[in-house]
Design a protein around this ligand. Structure first.
Ligand code: GMT
Length: 377
């Protein structure tokens, strides 16, 4: 198959899923064309089946807001025509689904029928999409998609609840590539962070409000009161400065390290004992799955699709959003005893295997074939 993938090429979860999916499809012999405004973060190598087409938006004095959606639609028309793509797969509804719809209409005037699949990742529905500013366009372009997937049952239900959707939605969960994410021997690194063999807690995110990062710090403070430990805060974003300030106010800065954006996240996860994800909303929780693949148990909220990943009392624990007391109590329960920690680590790894790339990739390929079978103008 020749597949065009549109995504946000950043460190965000939707971009990671799109890029890893494209790479895996290319490994299977499919030809994959990424169409976006800059090289996706994890697409920094050569592969015979991978192509990248940059969407550039012309700067023009008349534009207060550069029309990216039109530039993307035009690029899609160009790439589909000249590379003879079979299918487009757009990740994140805004503005990718509507750009794909426009491209599809234009291509029909050339006698080309290109189906497009839209994958909804979370905030394109739960936060941004629901906003009246975008809702009619999001609703329309989901309904016009030839196929629609969500990354959890919860997101599927949310989409039906908040939008007037006539389309059947298919759930295909996030996945993990164990070739990259697995426990690695990084003892020297562990020693540098925790010289006295302290437990290492970790949070990775883009530090947006929805990630509820102050609760990471408050939970850690309570754990620190009982168990010698260190906290790694990985990533960057709008809340980071306030988080650093909070650590100073709580007088725990010495035990918290803000590492900023990191490429080799699997190496940092490999030295960690517990992952904290106190999100207000989370459609799946890819960062938690990455941790589990590296044998790191997870403390999460029960928001959104997290109960579809986390198994309470097995590979971690779940608490209500904001219940720092409960999260700290559960964290201590896992961390205070070596045997318990070991058991949770093994369970985290076993649970992650349910989302192995090898199991999820065929679901996408099967879905593309289904969509191609029923393609319509
Ligand atoms: O979590 C983020 O802030 C990034 C966001 C995105 O859209 O890139 O991630 C969303 O998609 C991921 C991949 O499908 C999911 O694993 C995340 O749970 C989801 N984030 C939220 O729902 C907040």
């Amino acid at each position: 198959m020749k597949i065009g993938i549109v995504c946000y090429p950043t460190f965000g979860g939707s971009g990671v899923v799109a890029t890893e999916l494209g790479k895996a499809l290319a490994n299977e012999g499919h030809q994959v064309h990424f169409i976006t405004y800059s090289q996706p973060a994890r697409l920094d190598f050569f592969s015979a089946n991978l192509f990248y087409h940059e969407v550039s938006v012309r700067d023009y004095p008349l534009f207060d807001y550069a029309p990216y959606e039109s530039a993307l639609a035009s690029k899609l028309v160009d790439v589909v025509r000249f590379e003879q793509l079979d299918i487009l797969h757009v990740h994140y509804a805004i503005p990718h689904a509507s750009a794909a719809f426009m491209a599809k209409q234009i291509l029909a005037t050339y006698g080309i029928n290109i189906p497009f699949v839209t994958t909804l990742h979370g905030t394109d529905i739960t936060l941004v999409g629901k906003d009246a500013t975008y809702k009619p366009v999001v609703t329309f372009s989901i309904n016009q998609s030839d196929g629609v997937t969500t990354v959890s049952e919860d997101l599927k239900e949310d989409t039906y609840k908040h939008f007037d959707i006539q389309k059947e939605i298919k759930v295909i969960p996030n996945f993990i590539d164990f070739n990259r994410f697995s426990l690695q021997p990084k003892d020297h690194f562990k020693k540098a962070i925790a010289p006295n063999n302290e437990r290492i807690l970790i949070h990775t995110s883009n530090f947006r409000k929805v990630k509820n990062t102050p609760d990471v710090i408050r939970t850690f403070q309570k754990v620190l009161g009982k168990i010698p430990s260190k906290l790694l805060m990985v990533g960057d974003g709008p809340e980071r400065t306030a988080n650093e300030q909070l650590c100073r106010e709580l007088n725990i800065s010495e035990d918290v390290r803000f590492l900023g954006k990191q490429d080799a996240i699997e190496e940092i996860l490999s030295v960690s004992d517990l992952f904290l994800m106190p999100s207000e909303s989370e459609s799946f929780g890819l960062a938690a799955l990455e941790a589990m693949a590296c044998k790191v148990p997870i403390i999460t909220t029960n928001a959104g699709g997290l109960p579809e990943l986390n198994i309470d009392g097995y590979c971690g624990y779940m608490s209500n959003v904001g219940d720092v007391e409960d999260m700290a109590k559960n964290a201590i329960m896992i961390l205070e005893n070596d045997d318990t920690l070991k058991e949770f680590k093994e369970h985290a790894y076993l649970r992650a295997q349910d989302f192995d790339l090898k199991k999820v990739l065929p679901m996408y390929i099967e879905y593309y074939n289904e969509v191609l079978q029923f393609k319509s103008y």
